[in-house]
Design a protein around this ligand. Structure first.
Ligand code: GLU
Ligand code: MG
Length: 450
């Protein structure tokens, strides 16, 4: 039986009527088409139509004026049969993640998911497989008597009371995640009142990014069914902790985690290859954050004291470092040695975030970049001169500055390819320009899109 036949069989067996075919464009917002089950065979074969302009569309649903893609030109949204998932939170509905193809049937060069798949195939030729987990934070919200959006509760950091207040929502969310094949790695009420951290188990390559999309949709759908708000914005409340989406990454080759040094005796057994990978992340950090922290508001979060990281440094269990090496589990260091990349939030396109991390890390491996010694204190408390001597720099303090770095970064430009690199820059620059023209814009679009 082909993968397509298998999908059709599962559609029938589960009484699915409507299938959401979802992709994520440069704006980071999941979008797509809904297909009737009777028309699904054709869409599995040929894809559904969509305008090319989707890749010049920003998060406020505005087309970049004079952008690379406009009203003329068509691509196909082609669902990946591997991703067929019955939705536990929507009646007789399923979802499939999709790639964008050109009309000739080949992956479209400006399509983020297909570009990541190509990159993974390339490193896969050398036996490499990355595993990632997206450590998402979000706030549950409610409307106050005055009609303001406020945090859902007033509980404190990691509080047992917070677990109880959000229990029904979290339980239903976890059930729904499991029904979609995602396991719960970690959950707890985070620092902010009403803020949650819920992490799905790590997965390989594209599947990890697919999961991040399914995860966010699930959190929002369950909250919505309870008339509770859920926001993944980087800083929804200016006086409260931000929402990060740190990315945990390990790198496997022929069944071995190449970030792990089996001869090391410390709780941070990072291999030489792992150190080079970190060196690459540090080297490309200013450009990389344009992909991982890609909205205007992202830079309110990348400030000292936010535990989100603000400087290009790495450290052992250092939560103010851009790259944290978490202490490996004593009983299984080989499987748990990893890098945690902190300047990342939930407004990113998870395919592009993953592609950027891999391109930066592999550049570090190829060039044997030395990350220097790990910094095991808050970089903001290091004297300016000492910081400079250590090669530690402030991360870009605005989306604008990060985009300039991404434009100039040859390794990331090559990984993205020209159509994706240029269209991404255009879309994100249009968001920056609109936010500076109209102060309300930022808030409005973030509430609607994330
Ligand atoms: N909320 C912090 C951030 O925005 C992360 C806190 C933590 O999990 O260490 O990245
Ligand atoms: Mg956290």
């Amino acid at each position: 039986m082909t993968a397509q036949d298998d999908v059709l069989r599962r559609v029938n067996r589960n009484g699915v009527e409507l299938i959401r075919v979802v992709f994520v464009n440069n704006s980071g917002v999941p979008r797509g088409r809904v297909v009737d089950s009777e028309k699904l065979r054709g869409v599995l074969e040929e894809g559904a139509n969509v305008t090319e302009a989707m890749q010049s569309f920003n998060a406020l649903d505005r087309l970049v004026s004079g952008g690379r893609y406009g009203p003329a030109g068509e691509v196909r949204v082609v669902p990946d049969p591997e991703t067929f998932t019955v939705l536990p939170y929507a009646d007789r509905a399923a979802v499939m993640l999709a790639d964008l193809h050109d009309l000739g049937g080949s992956p479209w060069a400006a399509g983020p998911r297909a570009r990541l798949r190509d990159y993974l195939d390339d490193i896969g030729d050398d036996g490499y497989v990355p595993h990632l987990a997206f450590e998402s934070e979000f706030y549950y919200t409610r409307e106050s008597d005055e009609g303001e959006t406020v945090p859902y509760d007033d509980t404190t950091c990691f509080a047992a009371d917070g677990m109880q207040r959000a229990h029904d929502l979290i339980l239903e969310t976890v059930d729904a995640l499991k029904a979609q094949g995602m396991g719960l790695s970690t959950y707890y009420p985070e620092y902010g009142p009403g803020q949650q951290e819920l992490v799905v188990d790590h997965d390989a390559g594209v599947a990890a990014s697919d999961n991040q999309i399914l995860f966010k949709q699930t959190v929002k759908a369950v909250a919505d069914a309870h008339d509770v708000g859920a926001t993944f914005r980087p800083t929804p409340f200016s006086d409260l902790p931000g929402n990060g989406c740190h990315i945990h990454l390990s790198l496997w080759q022929d069944g071995e985690n190449v970030l792990y040094d089996s001869a090391a005796t410390s709780r941070y057994p990072l291999s030489e290859e792992g150190r080079h990978f970190v060196g690459g992340l540090l080297e490309h950090a200013p450009a990389l954050v344009a992909l991982t922290a890609p909205t205007v508001e992202s830079y309110n979060r990348l400030q000292p004291g936010m535990w989100a990281s603000a400087y290009t440094c790495w450290g052992h269990d250092n939560r103010e470092a851009m790259v944290r090496i978490p202490s490996a589990d004593a009983d299984d260091p080989a499987a748990t040695t990893r890098v945690e990349f902190k300047p990342s939030d939930n407004t990113n396109n998870p395919y592009l975030a993953q592609l950027g991390l891999l391109a930066a890390g592999f550049d570090g491996i190829e060039r044997e970049l030395d990350p220097g010694e790990p910094l095991n204190r808050d970089p903001d408390t290091v004297e300016d001169d000492d910081r400079s001597a250590l090669g530690i720099e402030r991360l870009p303090d605005s989306l604008d500055a990060a985009l300039d770095a991404l434009e100039a970064d040859a390794a990331l430009a090559a990984a993205l390819g020209e159509p994706l690199h240029q269209s991404y820059l255009e879309v994100k620059r249009s968001e920056w320009e609109q936010s500076t023209d109209d102060g309300e814009w930022e808030t409005e679009y973030l509430n609607r899109s994330f």
